[in-house]
Write a protein that binds this ligand. Sequence first.
Ligand code: PEP
Ligand code: MN
Length: 275
Amino acid sequence: REYSSAYGETGTRFVRVGQIEFGGDEPVFIAGPCAVENRDDLFRIAEKCQAAGAQVLRGGVFKPRSSVHSFQGLGSAGTEEAIEALTWLRDAGREFGMPVVTEVRGEAQVDLVSQYVDMIQIGARNMYDQDLLQTAARKNLPVMFKRHFGASIEEFLCFSEYIAAEGNKDIILCERGIVPMGKGKNFTRYMLDLAAVPVIQKETYLPIIVDPSHATGRRDLIRSMSLASIAAGAAGLMIEVHDHPEDARCDAAQMIHPSELKEIIASARQLRRIA
Ligand code: PEP
Ligand code: MN
């Protein structure tokens, strides 16, 4: 199979992010706000996510927004602002004992971002950017690689090989929903492809996690889709969390409260034990 040649291995592979291991018996929970907006909000939310049981902190500094008129993340305001936001993220992670992950939206950001994070995130929109994948892979940090919303599973796995072929096998795949079909409303932002989880586990040795937040765009669906993902065998979840989503500058409708995160994590851990 073309997409497995660069891996050169079979069987389960563990990917370590800081002190946290993906691919073991226990699911791993990544949580945090959609975007890093200011130091106080980030630290407060990080503390609550950690208390809820999350092990990895997320927060976007360079946001891949559809409209140029939308908030692009603090990183896009200039290098000083980017450094400030990345420093908050790194420090919040250190303060609460969580490794951190943030997205690189383009090759130009890789050098800077890699100095502050424990894992580099490649967003859905950039799944096909070979130069970005290769540049990010060379930083010797684990890479969270998100499926493009129009990509087949085969394409997703093929493109993940651009990372592996650079010698970086620390790849965590992330299913985040594909474009829904048909005429008329589908009621969710994307369509979560749950079967991708067990399929990818059969086709590769890489850990596959699920992002129910971007897949649904709806906070009322996060619990059910999180538990369904765990039942399907996901190695972890990435969930957007905010304690005052009404104040958030992006993805307010999908961010859940830390108290709900806590319940989801507890249920998910129970479910994994019986599933
Ligand atoms: C994100 O995780 O912050 C994000 C923008 O997700 P995606 O790339 O899947 O749209
Ligand atoms: Mn978001």
